[in-house]
Ligand binder design. Structure first.
Ligand code: HEC
Length: 341
């Protein structure tokens, strides 16, 4: 008899869903970043995406500069998609504010809520939207075209208790772990110029991350070979532990040129016909690097070839003249291409 009762209980007594922690989610939102191939695009809808080169988790939608999110190699133009769920605390209208330099828009449950599209300097748009308590799907799409190394995207909402806007705090966001896994498997990181030949790793990510800035000679290193704050975050600031600003030493000009070259191929339209590792219409840039020496004569010859266009070296297709570009820019790209050995 007792055994019978017990078995009924185990069958019918289920833990209510809202108490059971949902282990299929993790906190944060998923950010996916793509290169796009039509730099003339002026609106989100016109963008044709190419390489999916970066996937990361954002705690909140506040991406204010490259230093805070340096896994971006600062490649432009890029399209960023931030997705996941927003868990709404109570039934009421919510006033959202989206800020970006260049275009962005916010969708909730598939409906466009805030539109901040177009090519523009840092601009804000607001809109109010009725929401029921509980999870809702959220998507932000954002693109940036101009190659300056900072970028900006910020999502806030009006918080009645503060009588003002606040950046939506991390506890309201969650993302399916399976979506994160899938994205991490699909991402195709862009290779950066050969770090050993440049000898200055972090500068490839951003010129202000050069070792001389990060690790000033008399900097007091706290743990291992890196500088940490007490709470464990790594110090990327230009100030040393006493708050004194480091003097920028002369940047490594070779690394700078390669970095600029790697950033120019997207906006200059080269990626319509070339990829780093695969043949498209033109040869893979890596094969071009392997074929030639990286001496000044080769650089000069290839700059002329790109400027004037030509055919016959890699097959029957011709490269259209790229004479709309300045030769010094082409030279930076050629030097970057030749560094891909
Ligand atoms: C319309 C398509 C197209 C575009 C756009 C294009 N290329 Fe090419 N590129 C080609 C083709 C095709 C070849 C192979 C030409 C040949 O066989 O001589 C080529 C060859 C090259 C080569 C090797 C040349 C040689 O003689 O070995 C370099 C370097 C190069 N491209 C760089 C660039 C750069 C930099 C850009 C952007 C500014 C660019 N390409 C844009 C199609 C293109």
């Amino acid at each position: 008899m007792l055994g019978f009762l017990f078995s009924i209980q185990t069958t019918f007594c289920q833990i209510p869903a809202q108490i059971k922690p949902d282990t299929s989610f993790q906190s944060g939102l998923l950010s996916k970043v793509y290169l796009f191939t039509n730099p003339e695009a002026k609106k989100l809808i016109e963008i044709k995406v190419d390489t999916f080169y970066n996937a990361s988790i954002l705690e909140k939608v506040e991406v204010s500069d490259l230093l805070k999110n340096f896994s971006f190699a600062g490649q432009v133009p890029f399209l960023m998609e931030v997705s996941g769920e927003i868990v709404i605390p109570e039934n009421r209208p919510y006033l959202f504010k989206l800020r970006s330099s260049d275009g962005s828009a916010l969708w909730i449950d598939g409906k466009k809520v805030v539109n901040n599209d177009g090519v523009h300097k840092s601009t804000e748009s607001e809109a109010e939207f009725d929401l029921d308590a509980g999870p809702h799907s959220i998507l932000i799409r954002h693109f940036k075209k101009d190659p300056e190394p900072n970028k900006e995207l910020c999502l806030s909402w009006f918080e009645p208790s503060k009588n003002g806007f606040e950046i939506i705090p991390p506890e309201f966001f969650r993302i399916l772990k399976s979506s994160v896994r899938q994205a991490m498997n699909q991402v195709q990181p862009l290779s950066v110029p050969d770090l050993k030949s440049i000898g200055n790793t972090s500068e490839v990510l951003h010129p202000s991350l050069s070792k001389s800035v990060l690790h000033k000679k008399n900097f007091n290193r706290k743990r291992g070979r890196k500088n940490f704050r007490s709470e464990g975050s790594i110090i990327l600031s230009r100030r040393d532990s006493l708050g004194k600003e480091n003097k920028m030493s002369k940047p490594d000009s070779k690394a700078k040129i390669l970095l600029e070259g790697s950033r120019l191929v997207g906006p200059s339209g080269c990626l319509a016909c070339h990829k780093e590792n695969d043949k498209v219409l033109g040869p893979a840039f890596r094969l071009v690097a392997q074929k030639y020496k990286s001496d000044p004569a080769t650089v000069k010859r290839l700059v002329e070839k790109v400027y004037n266009g030509g055919t016959g070296v890699w097959g029957d297709y011709a490269m259209a003249p790229q004479s709309h570009l300045k030769k010094d820019k082409i030279e930076k790209m050629v030097r970057w291409i030749l560094s891909l050995k």
